[in-house]
Every structure is written in structure tokens, then in C-alpha cells.
Write a protein that binds this ligand. Sequence first.
Ligand SMILES: [Zn+2]
Ligand SMILES: [Zn+2]
Ligand SMILES: [Zn+2]
Length: 306
Amino acid sequence: MESRLQNLTTENSLLRGEIEKLNKLCQSRPTSDCNLTPTDVSTKTSYADAIAKNSQQTVIVKPKDQEQPINKTKSDILSKINPVESSLNIGKVKNLKEGSVLLGCDDVSKFKQLSETNKLYNDYDIKVVKTLRPRIRIAGISDSVDENNILKYLVKQNEIIFDKDSEYKLLIKFSKIKNNEDRFQVLVEVDVSTYKRALSLGHCLIGLDGCSIYSGIGVSRCFQCNGFNHSSSKCNKELSCPKCSDKHKIQDCKAENLCCGNCFNLKRDGKSQDIDTNHAAWDYNSCHAYNLAVNKIKQDVFGLPI
Ligand SMILES: [Zn+2]
Ligand SMILES: [Zn+2]
Ligand SMILES: [Zn+2]
């Protein structure tokens, strides 16, 4: 559990890098987030604004006739569901393969209901895209706080972040912060609106402790195979050295040249040709495979890539 949070800590630093890229107006700033310094609110607001456009729910409308041109799908949707009068607020449209269209809207259950009433289902399969919940990491809690009261304090003491519609779930209770033995952090899963408010503000009160809030969205890397988003305890793949990608532990590595196994596999499978494999698997700044995984998780959380 602790190593998972340490991974998240590292990944959070990297995501912060992405936030910086998003905010071109913001000057460069330190990426370490373990020292509990308050974070730059303007940067976070900018990030929150960026994701706001992507926080809609998404549906895929797939024609039963897969030879059908995409414009036929679109005109059928338009004839059955009026994007203006339905008040669905269709905000995103993406063309997919086989005549399918992906739509972002405010209320997918209403979209499904209208599809049923207006018989769009006769010629189409309509699938709601399952999105993951964003997570926030709250750091700086002292042991004066009973860990069973954390959620109560969080929600009741921070009403500027948590309102009556907020959804939340504690994923990881107390975990130590690296280099700061007296302070703890927790990981909380929240809905998208609460996530945006939390990151815009950047801090909260837990009991009598002022805490910092960070994005808890990240990609973890397996210590056995270096693959993403699973842990080594659940890994059934072969051992791979993070430094050279051969089948030995890092402690036994004598390689002089670096080779990232994740990027090597992408290249081998023809998914990405012009990518550099000459880095270690932990070098996320250089790793194309890691960046693809980050984009994928953003897509799963916010519906569409940023
Ligand atoms: Zn693995
Ligand atoms: Zn090696
Ligand atoms: Zn790589």
C-alpha cells in the first residue's frame, strides 16, 4: 500500500509537469510535492478549466450495419435527438471506426431514454462509456486526527469543496509521507466536480491540520514486468529489468546501454515506430509508453483526451 502511494507521489509530480504545460502563462515551478508547500492556485485553476470541458459523460452510438458511413449515423442521431431542444448539452463529438460516433453529454441516462423513445435503438447499439473516478491526495495530516474521522472532517470542514452533491470514498487511509515522518496522507476518490473544486483550492482543513490537496490520478508501474496499472503481487508476466529490459533483477544488471521494455514493445508491435527506447522504464520524462498510459487514464477519467 505504501509503495503504491509512493508511486502515486512520483506520478503526481509528473502530472504536475503536465499541468505546467497546460498553463502556458505560468512560469516553471518545482515539481516536488512531498514538502507540503502550498501549491500555485492559478496553475490549478487553469488545469481545472482545461478538464472542465472534458468532464461530460460519454456514449458511443454504433450502427448495426458497420458498413454505414459516419454521416448517416450523425443524421440519424440528429433526426431522433435534437441537440438543442433535448437540453442534453452535447459538447463533444468524435468520429470512430465502423460508422460509430462518440458523444459527450450532460446526462447519458436521458440520452438513452430519448434513444429508446425515438427508436434509435432499432438500428444502433448505444453504449455508455464507463469512466473512472478522479482521485485526490490530501497530505499533511498529523496523528492528532483519528483516522476513522478523516472523511467526516474532510466533508464537513471544507464545504467550499464538498457540497450536497459531492460523492466521495476513502481509498487509502493513513500512509506516511516520504521524508516527513510526522505527517500522513490519504487518497480519496471523488466525482469530477468535487475534484475540480478541490484542485482549484489546493488546500483543506482536517481537524486542526491545514493540508495540501494534489491530484491522485496517476499511472503505476509494476516492479516485476514494468507494465502499467497493476502491481507486482498480481503480475503473471516475466521479470523484466527496468534498466535494460532483460530478464534479471535490477540488482543484477550489468548493462551499459539503457532500454525501456515498454517502449521497446510498442516499437516491436508496430504501434509507434519513431520512438526512443534508450532510457530506463522509470524515466517518465523520456518514456513514450508512459505518456500514452497517462493519456489513456485521463481519457478513462474525463471521458476524452485533454
Ligand atoms: Zn507486471
Ligand atoms: Zn538489466
Ligand atoms: Zn519508455
